[in-house]
Design a protein. Structure first.
Length: 669
């Protein structure tokens, strides 16, 4: 098939635009107020000067422009800020800039002593052409400039220096650059997209609590009203998101007993993830927790403590869910006529029926599941933690997140998908605002360094926002099982400083609960997923104070509120890890050194990349430990550290530069 004839007057090539995810198939992610830095290869035939710019727009808004500057080897860079929630588009445009080409060649001709009278007239004509494109005030400036060039040219003999001097003035240059001749500009063939979220999509601190375990009396089912009493405790530690596991009615058929026993006793309360009974499904609240009005009150009370409520959405059903009776076509049927329950052979989950996303009634299923999100949005929820999204259709997630955020761009979705990397990344590309990670299983210096470089120093950072969890109701990592309280401190500090968003399953975490169901298992013994728990929040061994300090440090230091600024630094001890975070202007620089050995005191030398920290090799600076409150005078790249896991296994240094006053008095800023 013959190729369509292009307009041959378009001489500029625009190529290799970044950031661009999967050839423009998916949007990048930003939050309001952030800057988008765009680069592209822009070049043309011949020797003409090139002009290029970014074109960007908010959905339904007016197209805006941002200039790009030449780097080297035909690479250009520019930037713009996103200031509204929702979708933005952007692309790059380049053109042969006749005025800049003329100006560059004029300089060379003048330096060579050539007659430039004709060239000056050409330049004046180009300036007049720009004046025709300009606003009235700028047009006046440009027309006056062109007139003065012509006047000087006429007075001078053979185009003397006076005419050239006027033509090469800087005064009009800034004005004319605002009105390039883009008639033959080449626009990049794709319009790329940005999803812009609110700040909490980038920086958030989560605390998971089971309301049914919030009763003041051991053995009694807690209520949402009683969970309100925990809000001051959660807020006092500095969390800003309180995350509730499913709060819906729980099925009775095939209910699991304590420790995931397949035989439940009459008093066993079942798993909150076995959703649905005769009392309702995904739009209902477990009667033992309270009413819908109680839930709305809980959301309002949380807001009074500067906490947002995140709700777990698990699209699966118990055999007793109303969907099973009303829409059997939404489930997969086995040859014996029974509905297929969930399995992960050899494990069987008879208390859970997966939804069939290959059903011929998929459209009705999608609409119903979308209505579940909308129902809870109507109750005041704006954050959803989605259970196992990788076991549902990818196309569904792209559609439903897009539909919800079209009308509610402030809604945040957290993907709980502990699965293969490509699947986790694809879910993030489809629209999930944040994602669980492999952090729970990355323990050594090399494992942590390699993994977080992948998350923060590659294209992954453009679409994947990590949310780090040292523990969850499903995951009690081996390191926490065997290394006791110091291990919990180490993992807390790593999670809170490596990631801008992190969460804890509490109060299991601050109370250092670490007994596995059996050797080699990551399940908790007497797991809260299957029974009520009653805990002493005032226990002497609680990490509450350390958690409070960590969250205060995070809120007071903007460097810890982003992921893309993470840099690792060398240590001579493989059991110690050192990394830094800083703001773009280097006004806030944080250096973290962590002893990864939960059993022994470790010592060593850290070697800092001073240039990345804005520090000079010969200038002293103060390292103020925000955890222990110690202050150390450091100079140069190599500095000594020792850390004991029993006390504080880490330093979190804020770098303060020495300022010398007129009276030779030193202080640190």
């Amino acid at each position: 098939m013959p190729i369509a004839q292009a307009d041959g007057r378009h001489r500029v090539v625009v190529d290799r635009v970044s950031p661009e995810i999967d050839c423009g198939r998916f949007p990048i992610k930003r939050v309001m107020g952030e800057t988008v830095v765009v680069e592209a290869d822009v070049f043309a035939d011949g020797h003409d000067q090139i002009g290029c710019q970014i074109l960007f727009w908010h959905d339904g808004g007016v197209e805006q422009t941002a200039p790009m500057e030449s780097l080297a080897n035909d690479r250009w860079r520019g930037s713009f800020r996103v200031t509204e929630l929702g979708r933005y588009g952007y692309t790059v445009e380049g053109w042969a800039d006749r005025f800049q080409t003329w100006r560059s060649e004029l300089r060379k001709r003048v330096a060579a002593g050539q007659d430039v009278r004709i060239e000056l007239l050409i330049g004046a004509d180009l300036i007049d052409e720009a004046a025709a494109r300009a606003t009235s005030e700028d047009a006046t400036i440009l027309r006056d400039w062109a007139r003065r060039i012509r006047d000087a040219n006429e007075r001078g003999a053979a185009g003397t220096e006076s005419g050239s001097a006027v033509a090469l003035e800087e005064l009009g240059l800034e004005v004319i650059q605002r009105y390039p001749n883009r008639q033959l500009a080449t626009r990049y063939e794709k319009a790329l997209a940005i999803t812009v979220d609110r700040e909490k999509a980038r920086f958030s601190t989560w605390y998971e609590v089971f309301p049914r375990s919030c009763s003041a009396e051991p053995g009694r089912h807690g209520t949402l009203a009683e969970c309100e009493g925990w809000l001051p405790y959660i807020a006092s530690m500095g969390f800003d998101v309180v995350y509730l596991p499913p709060i819906h009615p729980i099925g009775c058929s095939f209910r699991k007993g304590k420790n995931n026993s397949p035989s439940a006793r009459p008093e066993d309360i079942g798993s909150p993830w076995a959703i649905g009974s005769s009392e309702g499904g995904h739009k209902s609240i477990h009667p033992a927790l309270g009413t819908l009005e109680d839930f709305r009150r809980f959301v309002a009370k949380a807001a009074e403590h500067n906490l947002e409520v995140a709700l777990d959405i698990a699209f699966q059903c118990s055999p007793d869910h109303p969907y099973v009776r009303q829409h059997p076509e939404w489930f997969r049927t086995r040859p014996d006529g029974t509905i297929q329950y969930a399995e992960n052979p050899p494990k069987k989950y008879q208390d859970i029926y997966p939804l069939d996303f290959e059903t011929s009634s998929w459209s009705a299923l999608w609409e119903e599941l979308k209505s579940v999100f909308q129902f809870w949005i109507d109750q005041g929820v704006r954050i959803f933690r989605v259970d196992n999204p990788h076991t549902k259709a990818f196309a569904f997630w792209e559609w439903v997140i897009g539909e919800i955020q079209k009308h509610h761009p402030d809604v945040i979705f957290l993907s709980e998908a502990f699965t293969r990397p490509h699947v986790m990344y694809h879910l993030a590309k489809l629209g999930f605002s944040q994602s669980y990670t492999y952090f729970a299983w990355r323990n050594t210096k090399q494992e942590l360094t390699n993994y977080f470089r992948e998350l923060t120093a590659t294209d992954v950072k453009e679409f994947f926002r990590p949310n780090l969890w040292p523990n969850t109701p499903d995951i009690l990592p081996e390191f926490l099982q065997v290394a006791g309280r110091p291990a919990f401190m180490i993992r807390l500090i790593l999670a809170a400083t490596l990631g801008a968003s992190y969460g804890l399953y509490g109060p299991a975490f601050e109370l250092c609960e670490n007994t596995p169901a059996r050797p080699g298992s990551e399940e908790y013994l007497n797991s809260e997923k299957y029974e009520l728990k009653h805990r002493d929040l005032g226990a002497s061994w609680s990490l509450k104070d350390l958690i409070t300090r960590m969250n205060r440090v995070r809120k007071e230091n903007p460097a810890l509120q982003s992921n893309s600024n993470l840099r690792f630094h060398e240590t001579d001890n493989p059991t110690m890890i050192c990394y830094s975070k800083s703001t773009d202007d280097l006004s806030n620089v944080i250096i973290v050194v962590v002893n990864l050995d939960a059993f022994h005191r470790q010592t060593g030398w850290v070697r800092l990349n001073l240039e990345s920290l804005g520090l000079g090799a010969n200038h002293a600076f103060q390292a103020h430990d925000l955890l222990g409150d110690g202050r150390y005078l450091w100079q140069g790249s190599q500095n000594y550290v020792e850390l004991s896991p029993e006390t504080l296994p880490a330093h979190i240094f804020r770098i303060r530069r020495r300022i010398r006053t007129e009276r030779d008095f030193d202080y640190y800023l």
